[in-house]
Design a protein around this ligand. Sequence first.
Ligand code: AHR
Length: 516
Amino acid sequence: MKNTRSVFFTIFAMLLTIIGSAQVRINLHADKGRDTISRFIYGHFAEHLGHCIYGGLYIGESNTHIPNKDGVRLDVIEALKKMKVPVLRWPGGCFADTYHWRDGVGPKDKRPSMLNVWWGNVKEDNSFGTNEFLNMCELLGAEPYLSGNVGSGTPQELADWVKYTTHPNGSSPMTDLREASGRKTPWNVRFWGLGNEAWGCGGNMKVEYYANIYRQYATFMTNWNNSDRLYRIASGASDDDYHWTEVLMKELPHGMFDALGLHHYSVINWSKKGSATQFSEEQYFITMQRALQMEELVRKHSAIMDKYDPEKKKALAVDEWGGWYDVEPGTNGAFLFQQNTMRDAMLAGATLNIFNNHCDRVKMANLAQIVNVLQAVILTREEKLVLTPTYHVMEMYNVHHDALMLPVEFSSPKYIVGKDSLDALSVSASRDANGNTHISIVNIDSKKSHPLSIALNGGRYKSVTGRILKSGRLQDHNSFDAPDKIKPAPFNDAKINGTNLTLNIPPFSVIVLQLK
Ligand code: AHR
């Protein structure tokens, strides 16, 4: 009997592969929205690393070849504005804990140079400093997130940076310095990081020690009035270091912080990361396995936070995430310049769905990094610019910014490679201020498409439109010679019938639907 049953199931599974997959039932609860998806989940990160700042965002005022405003590339700004960048973290990363902000203000010919010891020992001339960054954020319409130097700085230095950037004119020697540097009024700087990776490049500290000095640094960072409160983010755990989160939640006075960070990169193997473009199905599978681990990390770190903060007043800020591969052949190994393929589109889409679905706790995330470094949304070479598949996912998903998250429930079919399997589908949904509902769906399976039937519980919709990002090969990417190989296309194959929505999602594709 047992044998007959297993033969039956094997034949059934084979039939499914031949005739296609069974329909996946998804329940969308349009009437059960409770939490808002903070737009800051769609944040980015710019470090003084390789060509992220110099050559990527900033080419210098004397450049007459590439259109710029005060040295900031206007083609890059225009593309980023279209994608929408709600928050930008700067100046690092590891660089932040070596950075002394006073070196980067005042007349450029008087600014001292330093060696960028983390990223190739290249000369950092400090020509892009605080004013340049904060003015660029204003141009971009993004809120700045300043990452303070706790590893090699002083509480005084960080307190002075707060005064320089946010205090009213004429209130301290720091604000006089700001005025002398050409900026009279304060900028709007709400987000402050107190150190970066304090467990590693930020000082190799034990969490108990970091908790103590966090308290010291936070004490001297003063709001200038109660309505302009600083939002302080503690340097958080690496991956599954749950002890780090536990100690910070226990030891930091809750009036002294607003969020804990978390860093997680999708890396196949730190000593053998593999090419960004020439990868096997197995390597793709492992990258996706690492990416989907974000679900478990967010759940478990949140569960610890719940013990100390059941009302979820404190946020989890995943302030570094993304795929990390070998650098492109022929480029500086310390500059972390990598191409970006459909694999990265899968990684981005699935990760953003995880953040959306956990928006009760995850209130900020910053993709590493914005231009020319790691999982960049833009690559530049001289005057040329390429929008990567990750850019397109970020742009397609911007409909979720500040929208009401609508819960979805389903059991995903599996993406199977050898003996291992992963959930093939990831879904999130939200309703925006205009009453439009958006559903973002990712199918990471490299071969199988999936027919979907979405029950629109409690929702009344008349029409559906959509966009899809797909390509012929997982390894496909946009290049300086073929910048538009991958870009979103209209998706007209979703059908609404009463409260039921049906569509077919092709292999390794991302679809965003709009329901009205
Ligand atoms: O994003 C590159 C580096 O990765 C950052 O500088 C550091 O914080 C992390 O280890």
